[in-house]
Write a protein that binds this ligand. Structure first.
Ligand SMILES: [Zn+2]
Length: 348
């Protein structure tokens, strides 16, 4: 079913060339950066713009906390954060679209805004990328971020009804397809399927991406990133890192790896396992340690960077970046720390 006859996007040979020379840098956390701006309901809706007459999107739901909406209502704030990450050394900028599917936006009553959220999300990141390139001459790439949604296709949320599913593969395929169409229309270079806790959700996203590529007439590089959620080293849907790789290898991803849930120290053995089996490049973007009692992340840029440098020294990574709690200073420290190490060599 996967159509590899489509032409590859023009960024792929450029990315492959850069990745052969050095470890590439992905950006850091958008969510925790937005939190520091302490925005109000009025900020999120741009003084009621999203609720007001004449706006194409109206809803009665409160929007505070709907970070993805900011690409429409506070695009400059999002662009400025992405520019900071780019100037700190990020080669690849993630779009602020983690929850921009009809499934995730249902919580905010904004299912109808999904196309606009993804188009604008890609355009905002593209502007930040182009501004950074204008300053330092280095190429930058926009990765369209596709989150897991808040529902799982392979586990029942109801302990009394183990056969129940809150979402089906086709629900996810359709929702992801809409999202990826928007990301491509807005100018995304890559598609990043991230924070995967349920491999079946990720498989729906991979399938949807292939369908979207067929509609667009070109194949974008895909980055696939799982999340290990417990101490036994498995995803929520129960897979080891090796099993996870074999479940997604058919997509021939540009990168495969892990993000979120763990700090770099706890992530290290699981990344080493993926690096040992994957025939794709590997990508790791841990949180800034584990959250404290207040849900905040305490690792300093130097602490996170020192641990990520060990990934590089051990030859298990091709791309590194940061997830929850990582700031532009974390990304700068990380970029400096891995600069002296060669990228992981990929077994053919
Ligand atoms: Zn995270």
């Amino acid at each position: 079913m996967l159509n590899f006859a489509l032409p590859d996007a023009p960024c792929l040979p450029i990315l492959r060339g850069l990745a052969a020379e050095r470890i590439l840098i992905l950006d850091g956390a958008m969510g925790t950066m937005i939190q520091t701006l302490d925005m109000s309901e009025e900020d999120f809706t741009a003084q009621g713009h999203i609720h007001g007459a004449g706006c194409r999107h109206t809803t009665d739901h409160p929007q505070k906390g709907n970070n993805d909406l900011l690409v429409l209502t506070q695009p400059q704030a999002v662009e400025d954060i992405q520019l900071q990450f780019a100037l700190a050394g990020a080669d690849i900028l993630e779009t602020n679209t983690f929850s921009s599917t009809t499934i995730a936006q249902a919580d905010y009553g904004l299912e109808a805004a999904v196309h606009d959220l993804n188009v604008a999300g890609a355009q905002v990141a593209r502007r930040a990328a182009d501004r950074a390139t204008a300053q330092d001459g280095k190429p930058r790439f926009v990765a369209g971020a596709v989150g897991p949604t808040n529902r799982t296709a392979s586990i029942s949320p109801n302990v009394n009804d183990p056969g129940y599913r809150a979402v089906s593969f086709d629900d996810l395929r359709i929702a992801y397809g809409q999202q990826i169409d928007g990301l491509i229309a807005g100018g995304a270079d890559l598609i990043l399927i991230e924070t995967i806790f349920d491999t079946l959700n990720a498989k729906a996203a991979i399938f949807a991406a292939q369908e979207a590529f067929a509609r667009a007439g070109r194949r974008l590089p895909i980055m696939i990133s799982g999340t290990i959620t417990d101490a036994s080293g498995r995803t929520l849907s129960g897979q080891t890192p090796t099993a996870f790789w074999h479940s997604v290898a058919h997509a021939r991803p540009f990168t495969v790896g892990l993000n979120c849930a763990l700090g770099a120290a706890a992530m290290r053995p699981h990344m080493a396992e993926i690096a040992g089996v994957a025939t794709a490049l590997t990508c790791a973007y841990p949180n800034a340690g584990l959250p404290n009692a207040f849900g905040q992340y305490d690792e300093t840029p130097d602490q996170t960077a020192a641990q990520v440098a060990e990934f590089a020294r051990d030859g298990i990574v091709n791309v590194v970046g940061g997830c929850c709690g990582t700031t532009p200073d974390h990304i700068r420290a990380m970029a400096d720390a891995v600069a002296g190490f060669a990228p992981r060599e990929v077994a053919a």
